[in-house]
Design a protein around this ligand. Structure first.
Ligand code: BEZ
Ligand code: FE
Length: 307
């Protein structure tokens, strides 16, 4: 058996220097994190006998991920964004906070500043072929009382699975709106039933997923940020029941409580009553927010958004 270099005084001294432990300046916590990450990487190289050629292929791969702006795809694809959610859930449970609408990942496709309206909105502004969706519900506190004046910031893909802003064929803010809840805490919107998203087939995320035998598909879903003064911001999604990837999401965002019943309406009188000529779908989904408190982990996740 070959000696593990990682256990030698020479490599231990190397890591010590790499992490900046010999310098008085710098951030002590960051030094420890760098020490851990570098040690784990060296351990991986040793344990899997990674050759220099393989290592540099991995380094080039990460460069390509950055150049393609796919960090926001790779992170959820590797389960890390869901893991961060699980950690926030755990911290909240430990602080005694349970119940409420579960959080799930934000994903990389949010754009700030969607048009704001009171009570209701129509999300689809570009012509689409597909099934019209009417969604409504109420924002409540943990005692079931309505939260008027909450902002329901909603965004989703179009009927081909693409998001406005990232898809140049759509107009700005198509399928993105902010809706302020009415005096009863209610919101409603009209839109088009989205199709599930898939990572770019020729991009580096798909390259890695394919290399480990996975796909880069998500079930159809609708994203929400729900916020109100004095309440913890909720980042969540609902999934469209019946989607083939419902329990096979490459980003691991599906949660059982986030699969509301969907009703497909085919009755001609109902269709005409909505001013439509084709069958449509309805979903009702209520959001329960927790009151903000000093001893809880930050519910607002700061991250860069495309603009
Ligand atoms: C999405 O929400 O559509 C999404 C989430 C993670 C990675 C890519 C897309
Ligand atoms: Fe999405």
């Amino acid at each position: 058996m070959r000696e593990k270099l990682l256990h030698t005084a020479q490599v231990k001294a190397l890591i010590n220097k790499v992490a900046g432990f010999e310098m008085p300046e710098g951030n002590p916590r960051l030094k420890k994190i760098i020490e851990r990450v570098v040690t784990d990487l060296m351990r991986t190289i040793e344990d899997f006998d990674v050759s220099p050629t393989e290592f540099w292929a991995a380094a080039s791969y990460l460069e390509k991920v950055g150049q393609s702006h796919e960090m926001g795809l790779l992170v959820p694809g590797l389960g890390i964004e869901h893991f961060l959610d699980l950690r926030l859930d755990q911290e909240e449970r430990e602080a005694g906070l349970t119940g409420g609408t579960p959080r799930t990942i934000e994903g990389p496709l949010y754009i700030e500043g969607a048009p704001l309206s009171k009570g209701e909105a129509r999300l689809d502004q570009d012509p689409e072929t597909g099934e019209v969706l009417f969604m409504d519900g109420q924002v409540k506190d943990s005692h079931g009382n309505p939260v008027p004046g909450a902002i329901v910031d909603v965004w989703h893909a179009n009927t081909a699975g693409w998001y406005s802003h990232f898809d140049p064929s759509q107009t700005p803010f198509n399928l993105r709106r902010r809706i302020e809840t009415d005096a009863d805490g209610k919101y409603k919107f009209r839109s088009m039933l989205p199709k599930g998203y898939g990572v770019p087939p020729d991009g580096p995320t798909n390259e890695l997923l394919a290399a480990i035998g996975r796909h880069g598909k998500r079930p159809a879903h609708v994203h929400f940020f729900v916020s109100a003064p004095g309440y913890r911001k909720l980042t969540t999604q609902i999934n469209i029941d019946g989607d083939e990837y419902l329990h096979d999401d490459f980003a691991f965002a599906t949660r059982d409580e986030l699969i509301p019943a969907i009703t497909h309406h085919t009755d001609t009188a109902e269709i005409h009553a909505r001013g439509l000529n084709e069958p449509f779908a309805t979903i009702t989904f209520d959001f329960t927010l927790h009151k903000e408190a000093a001893d809880l982990p930050a519910a607002v996740v700061e991250r860069a958004h495309a603009a």
